[in-house]
Write a protein that binds this ligand. Structure first.
Ligand code: G6P
Ligand code: MG
Length: 218
């Protein structure tokens, strides 16, 4: 059977969550408030614009649109500096084994990410060729937990929701997959991703038996 396997990018395929965090923290530092890793969980899977709103909420800061636009540009410039030299060694453990197994077994693969930097990152780390469809922050209007990004990805792969499997590291992303009636696989801490149908700490824990089970599922 052919299924649609949809991957989130940041925190699932590559460890860019740490760069997003550092770039946002720099903005928070310059505004004089503490931005912790717990706060950062709220930003995972969330668009750039929405992330800034959340951060300003944390710092209890009111700003004009002009200031916000400036911080959005600064954050992305800083982030781009971090990712510019990314290479294959920043692909998270076990990811390529899973992508290769899916390819070898005739499964379809798509990206479903909120990031507007998704394509260059996949290119830099050398795994763009695995993806038959890419839906990213440039294509969608409604951010996760809205299921738009995953529904679009499944549609591009010609799959219905129940034949689609989503790999996600964010609470918002797991919720989006669940709302779409897709199979949700959480990558990361079970304590945080408890709404996921399945959960693994990383892709090295995902055996081919499990992938085969997903493929065979009715
Ligand atoms: C992903 C990340 C978020 C990030 C968002 C937008 O969902 O998990 O932390 O804010 O993409 O990324 P961008 O690269 O467009 O700023
Ligand atoms: Mg993510």
């Amino acid at each position: 059977k052919q299924k649609a396997f949809i991957f989130d990018l940041d925190g699932v395929i590559v460890d860019t969550a740490k760069y997003h965090y550092l770039a946002w923290k720099k903005i928070a530092d310059s505004l004089g408030f503490e931005f912790t890793h717990e706060h950062n969980e709220l930003l995972k899977g969330v668009s750039r614009v929405r992330s800034l709103e959340i951060i300003l909420g944390v710092g209890n800061i009111k700003a004009t649109q002009e200031q916000k636009d400036k911080w959005l540009v600064e954050k992305n410039e800083d982030y781009l500096n971090y990712i510019t030299n990314m290479e294959a060694d920043e692909i998270l453990p076990g990811v390529e084994v899973v992508l290769q197994w899916l390819k070898n077994n005739g499964q379809r693969i798509a990206l479903g990410s909120a990031s507007k930097n998704a394509r260059p990152i996949l290119e830099k780390v050398g795994i763009l060729h695995y993806f038959e469809a890419i839906v990213d922050g440039n294509d969608v209007t409604n951010a996760k937990p809205d299921p738009e990004v995953f529904l679009r990805a499944a549609e591009l792969l010609g799959a219905v929701a129940k034949d689609s499997i989503v790999f996600e590291d964010s609470v918002a992303g797991i919720q989006a997959a669940n709302i779409a009636n897709m199979v949700s696989v959480g990558i990361g801490s079970r304590a945080i991703l408890h709404e996921a149908q399945y959960n693994f700490n990383d892709f090295t824990e995902i055996a081919t038996d499990f992938l085969q089970t997903l493929v065979n599922q009715q």
